[in-house]
Ligand binder design. Structure first.
Ligand code: PMP
Length: 350
C-alpha cells in the first residue's frame, strides 16, 4: 500500500437501481412515477430566465411554496437536491454523538452508507418476522433515530401513535421520519411537528410528484433545526438547487388537482395489483407506498427477476440476507401492471 492510500476515505457506495437506456421497457425497479409531471411543470421550461446568474441560495420561491402548501413558516422548510441530499445533510448536521444512531436492519440502504461516510456509529435493530419495526428497540440510549414511513423496501406503514411513541422516548436526540412514500397512503408525521421540536420530516418530489429527474427534496421541522441545516449547507455548497428545479418545483406545488389525480390512480392500480399478485401465489406485507415487496410460494425471486429482465421488464432484487427471495415491484401504469401480470402467468404456467 502506498503511504497516501491510507488517507483515502474508504466507503462502500450505495448502489442505485439500474437505469437501462432502452427505448421500450417496463421499468418497475426504482419507484419512479409512471406518469409525467403536471403539464404546468413542463410549461415553465420556456419561462426559465437568467441562467446567466447564480440561483437564489435560499431557494426562497420554492421554500415559500412548500411552506404554504403544508401550512408552515418558510423558516421551517429546507430544500435540497433530492431527499438524498437533504438526508445526507441531516446526517452531517444532527448525528454527531458518540452513541449509535438507530435504524432498521431492512430499510433504505443509503442510511448505512452515510453513517459510514461520516463515521457515525450506528445500530440496526432487526425488523420482526412481519417486517415491522419493534418499538422497544428504539427505547434505548442512542445518538439519533431515522427510518422511512412507509418503510422501504417493504412498503410497511406505521401509524402516528407508533411514531409518537418513538418520539416520546427519544426527546434528547433528533428523530428523522423519511416520508418519501407517504403520499401513497399514510398519515404524515407533520402534525406532530408542533409537539416535538426534535422531529424532522423529509419528503421528495421524486415519487408522488413525478420529478425524480429534477432532484428536489425537502425537510420540515422547527426553525432551529432548519437553521442548523442551512448553516451546514452553506458551509458546503450554497448553490445546490438550480434555477429550473426551483421554477418547476413551484409549478408542481401549484397544480394540486393533477397531483391528487395521479396519486389516486397509482393507489387504485396498486390495490388491483395486490389482488392479482395474491391470485398468482405471491405474498407480501401490506404496502402503503408505490411499490409492493413480494415473495412467491414456489418460484425463486432471483429467477423471476432475471426472466423478467429478458422480457424488458425491470424489477428490483436485493441479494441480501432475509430478503433475497423478495422482489420490490414499483407500481407502473395499469397497462404496465397488466403486462407484468401476464408475464407472471406465463412464467408460472398459470
Ligand atoms: N428515501 C427513501 C426511503 C427512498 O426510497 C428514496 C429513493 N431512492 C429516497 C429517500 C431518495 O429519493 P430522492 O433523492 O430521489 O428524493
Amino acid at each position: 500500500m502506498k503511504a497516501w492510500e491510507k488517507n483515502i476515505r474508504k466507503v462502500v457506495p450505495y448502489v442505485p437501481g439500474e437505469q437501462p437506456q432502452l427505448e421500450k421497457m417496463i421499468k418497475l425497479n426504482t419507484n419512479e412515477n409512471p406518469y409525467p409531471p403536471s403539464p404546468k411543470v413542463m410549461e415553465t421550461r420556456d419561462k426559465i430566465e437568467n441562467l446567466r446568474l447564480y440561483p437564489d441560495p435560499m431557494v426562497s420561491k420554492l421554500v415559500n411554496a412548500i411552506a404554504g402548501y403544508h401550512g408552515l413558516e418558510p423558516e421551517q422548510v429546507f430544500v435540497g437536491v433530492g431527499s438524498d441530499d437533504v438526508l445526507a445533510m441531516a446526517f452531517l448536521t444532527f448525528f454527531n454523538s458518540e452513541k449509535p444512531i438507530l435504524f432498521p436492519d431492512i430499510t433504505y440502504s443509503f442510511y448505512d452508507v452515510w453513517a459510514e461516510l461520516y463515521k457515525i456509529p450506528y445500530k440496526q435493530p432487526e425488523l420482526d418476522e412481519n417486517f415491522r419495526i419493534r418499538k422497544e428497540d428504539y427505547m434505548e440510549e442512542n445518538g439519533g433515530v431515522i427510518f422511512p414511513n412507509p418503510n422501504a423496501p417493504t412498503g410497511v406503514y406505521e401509524n402516528l401513535d407508533f411514531i409518537e411513541s418513538i418520539l416520546k422516548a427519544n426527546q434528547d436526540v433528533i428523530v428523522i421520519i423519511d416520508e418519501a412514500y407517504i403520499d401513497f397512503g399514510g398519515t404524515s408525521a407533520l402534525e406532530l411537528l408542533p409537539k416535538y421540536e426534535n422531529l424532522l420530516v423529509v419528503r421528495t418530489f421524486s415519487k408522488s410528484r413525478s420529478m425524480a429527474g429534477m432532484r428536489i427534496g425537502y425537510a420540515m421541522g422547527n426553525k432551529e433545526l432548519i437553521q442548523a441545516l442551512n448553516v451546514v449547507k452553506h458551509s458546503y455548497n450554497s448553490y445546490t438547487m438550480n434555477q429550473p428545479s426551483i421554477c418547476m418545483g413551484v409549478a408542481s406545488i401549484e397544480d394540486e388537482e393533477y397531483f391528487k389525480d395521479k396519486v389516486e390512480k397509482i393507489i387504485a392500480t396498486r390495490e388491483q395489483f395486490k389482488k392479482d399478485l395474491a391470485e398468482l401465489g405471491f405474498s407480501f406485507p401490506d404496502s402503503k407506498s408505490n411499490f409492493v415487496f413480494a415473495t412467491h410460494k414456489t418460484a425463486k425471486a432471483k429467477d423471476i427477476f432475471e426472466a423478467a429482465k429478458k422480457e424488458g421488464i425491470f424489477l428490483r432484487y436485493f441479494n441480501q440476507p432475509k430478503i433475497d427471495n423478495y422482489l420490490r415491484i414499483s407500481i407502473g401504469t395499469e397497462e404496465e401492471m397488466k403486462a407484468l401480470v401476464a408475464f407472471f402467468k406465463s412464467y408460472l404456467n398459470q
